[in-house]
Design a protein around this ligand. Structure first.
Ligand SMILES: [Zn+2]
Length: 281
């Protein structure tokens, strides 16, 4: 039995229209309902907008959308080429938005032929290190509505860049922990200022980082200032952009006076220099 040709054509037209409309729908959702400013890059922060009430999740991280519809996403040193942002619109419509992440190359330094020796710290020091790391990790889970996140960051100190984000040494073939911050070398006492407004959530003398200040800028964005010679703020205090935090030093495990500046999105370590290029562009 044969159906008239006209039915077949009609069928194809309906099918084509359905695919076309579905395609439009996806495009519209991706382009207008959740928008991202610029290109995602390893170690970078991406700002975006969505209708207030939109729910977002990047991996396991729930993403705060402000009452004005602003949000941020952070991408780690080794973030994969594509990541998926789970979206639930206020209407209840759910979909996944694929974000491509620009891949970077980092300074890798191989040092071979080193004499092998014990580098593991003694037990009581290991316990202190573990306790301090857990405390900082817990503080970095905070998700607040502070507004410093919306500011363009300024340099926290004037000096020479002596260490960059992502660099890594491989000693006798064993990869060491990458450097997750920006080092700024300057004489002891050189002022260190807050690059953006926020709340001082930690002032402490830590094993590795010496006198340390941790600032919460909101939406999971936080920054840390290490090896300080002196601290001019108190835990719990609010700071404005440009406010004095302390002085550059060499406290903790440091070979010379410098500021180690780290910026995180929750547990994700970001590249501070990308914030400064945001300021310059
Ligand atoms: Zn450093």
């Amino acid at each position: 039995m044969r159906r008239p040709v006209i039915f077949k054509v009609f069928h194809v037209v309906i099918l084509f229209t359905a695919v076309f409309v579905a395609g439009l729908e996806v495009t519209a959702a991706a382009d207008t309902e959740v928008t991202l400013q610029g290109q995602a890059v390893q170690g970078g922060l991406l700002r975006g907008r969505a209708a207030p009430g939109t729910r977002l999740r990047l991996g396991r991280q729930v993403v705060r959308v402000s009452e004005q519809g602003n949000f941020i996403l952070g991408f780690g040193r080794d973030a994969p080429q594509t990541v998926s942002l789970a979206v639930v619109l206020p209407t209840g419509k759910a979909y996944k938005k694929t974000i491509s992440v620009k891949q970077r190359h980092y300074q890798i330094q191989h040092i071979d032929g080193l004499p092998s020796k014990m580098v593991t710290p003694p037990a009581e020091r290991r316990e202190r290190i573990r306790r301090e790391a857990a405390k900082v990790r817990a503080l970095r889970t905070a998700d607040t509505d502070l507004l410093g996140v919306n500011q363009v960051f300024v340099w926290p100190a004037q000096g020479r860049v002596s260490g960059v984000y992502g660099s890594q040494r491989i000693l006798n073939g064993v990869p060491k922990r990458p450097h997750f911050g920006l080092d700024i070398a300057a004489p002891i006492g050189t002022p260190v200022i807050a690059p953006a407004a926020g709340k001082v959530v930690l002032v402490a003398d830590l094993y590795y980082t010496g006198h340390t200040v941790l600032i919460d800028h909101g939406h999971g964005l936080n920054s840390v200032y290490c090896h300080l010679s002196k601290v001019d703020v108190k835990q719990g205090q609010m700071v404005e952009q440009g406010q004095l935090l302390g002085g550059i030093g060499a406290t903790g495990r440091a070979t010379g006076p410098h500021l180690h500046w780290g910026v995180n999105w929750f547990g994700v370590r970001l590249d501070p220099q990308l914030f400064l290029s945001e300021a310059q562009s």
